[in-house]
Design a protein around this ligand. Sequence first.
Ligand SMILES: [Zn+2]
Length: 181
Amino acid sequence: MQLERLVCNACGAPLEVPASAKFVTCGHCSGQLQIRRTESAVYTEILADLAEKTEELSERIDDLAANSELTAIDSNWQMERESLMVRDKHGNRHVPTKGSSIAAGVAATLFGCFWTVMAIRWTSTAPAVGVFSVTKIVFPAFGIIVIALGIYNSMTNITKAEKYKRAERRYRQQRSEADRS
Ligand SMILES: [Zn+2]
């Protein structure tokens, strides 16, 4: 049996091991060693170190996995957020809130009421014939439409605001759960 001369990587004691051996226990310090063979050298490595390295590596992989999970949660939320945002009258996108939705609805209702009252007043003196009778209906009707659209938009945006809040809460929960694991 061919023997190899090695040195214990833990205590430095000389070791003689069979050329086929992969692991050896040092007779001097009882260190658990792995025998490493490269093309030009044979050496020993303490198994405890190896276990530590493996543990370190698996920790790093866990970190990476947790990170990519967080990234996935974040980008999902970004997409969901985009889809739940509303456009204001200037065309800017913003997060819907209950308050601004209600305020917009109230503003539209007030304007609509004002318009309707004024329109009725303006057209009240007009004769109820031909084109005048049409304006008697169309002018006040415009105000009613503004009120209806305002209330409809307001309700829609309130629903969106609630949906957004729920989605945001879900996102935060998912994120903190992923962060903990
Ligand atoms: Zn040793």
